[in-house]
Ligand binder design. Structure first.
Ligand code: AKG
Ligand code: FE2
Length: 358
């Protein structure tokens, strides 16, 4: 059983919080989806998160600075074929344009990880989000056969593209993780599970296709696409469609600021586990998604984490008498369990310098 199965099994969600609204037939924003405490983007925000060309000889120091200051950056020259990005976007749009009865055949179960539904974090909010998600780990064949029972070519096409993309994302995530570790002055020898003797252990990953349908009325400003959260992963690689903006990050002293899509670029997010590994040096930044009343936005988020049961702790080279470890060792499963209970306060459970209800 992987970390997600184990954690989601012990923290099942309410069935009613799995089925999304039928966005295709909704012609106004229902009360259930109207958010009131919805701080707007700071209109005076200037600048953007860093855009880093991975072929730049200074890439490592640029990555370090971006992880420390922003916790989010965009990368170009990442080696992922543009055509594959386009194919993933087209498949995602095709999937989410299926009629409700058809896409519901792939509904996630209350304890399940994969399939169609509302984002799991819906559980923590009194209002629902204007979004839907399709989750997978590896091949989505089990769901594809239900989605397109009589269209074998379509099943195969969807699965091939999703598998190919995850293969590419795994390589890219490994590369980004190693660059981040090196930028901290650590070697791969400092990270237990990257030592050659441990190399038989595979990282755990999760892949989400996200859809933010057009929000029907002028109240779209009161709708929330994806509520503020941090990712629990080591890092997340996000592809966002270029048709419309929506992703925002929360900067100290800045407030909410947009991460506008750049054609061909990918967004990299520092996750909570990387924040722990860097002993708090890298930020796992709060982010959210807003929707609009003109464009359907889609994104594809690849969450990359450590192998099952591996505990992440602050890297040994960052610890000395003046810099004690801020966190105790924690596995992805333990962090997911804490998130299920404490959501955005989960990291506090593992802090050595805070006394919290465990
Ligand atoms: O759609 C996006 O831009 C962000 C999605 C996200 O934050 C997530 O899936 O964790
Ligand atoms: Fe996220």
């Amino acid at each position: 059983m992987n970390s997600f199965s184990a954690s989601f099994k012990s923290n099942p969600v309410d069935f009613h919080k799995i089925i999304p609204l039928d966005f295709k037939t909704a012609n106004k924003l229902p009360d259930s989806h109207k958010w009131t405490d919805h701080p707007i983007v700071n209109p005076f925000t200037v600048g953007t998160v860093p855009i880093i060309n991975l072929s730049d000889p200074n890439a490592i120091s640029l990555i370090k600075h971006a992880c420390e200051k922003w916790g989010v950056f965009q990368i170009t020259n990442h080696g992922i074929p543009l055509n594959l990005l386009r194919q993933v976007e087209l498949q995602t749009l095709g999937l989410f344009s299926l009629p409700a009865h058809q896409i519901l055949s792939a509904l996630r179960s209350p304890e399940g990880i994969t399939g169609y539904g509302q984002p799991r974090i819906s559980f923590f909010f009194p209002k629902l989000m204007w979004s839907e998600v399709f989750s997978m780990i590896g091949s989505p064949i089990e769901h594809a056969t239900k989605l397109w029972p009589h269209q074998h070519a379509r099943q195969a096409n969807f699965c091939n593209i999703m598998e190919e993309y995850q293969k590419e994302m795994k390589k890219l995530s490994e590369k980004m993780f190693k660059l981040m570790v090196e930028s901290l002055g650590a070697t791969l020898e400092d990270v237990d599970w990257l030592k050659p003797t441990m190399s038989c252990k595979e990282p755990e990953t999760l892949f989400h296709l996200n859809s933010y349908p057009v929000c029907p009325d002028s109240d779209s400003g009161c709708a929330m696409g994806f509520a503020p959260h941090t990712d629990s992963s080591l890092l997340t690689v996000l592809y966002q469609s270029t048709t419309t903006s929506g992703l925002q990050i929360f900067g100290d002293n800045i407030g909410w600021m947009p991460v506008h899509p750049i054609s061909g670029a990918l967004v990299v997010n520092v996750g909570d586990l990387m924040h722990i590994l860097s002993n708090g040096q890298f930020k796992s930044t709060l982010h959210r998604v807003l929707v609009n009343n003109t464009h359907h936005r889609v994104s594809a988020a690849y969450f990359y984490g450590p192998p099952k049961d591996v505990k992440i702790s602050p890297s040994i080279n960052l610890i000395d008498h003046d810099h004690p470890p801020l966190f105790c060792p924690v596995s992805w499963k333990e962090l997911l369990d804490a998130k299920a209970k404490h959501f955005n306060k989960a990291l506090e459970v593992f802090r050595n310098d805070m006394v919290t209800a465990k």
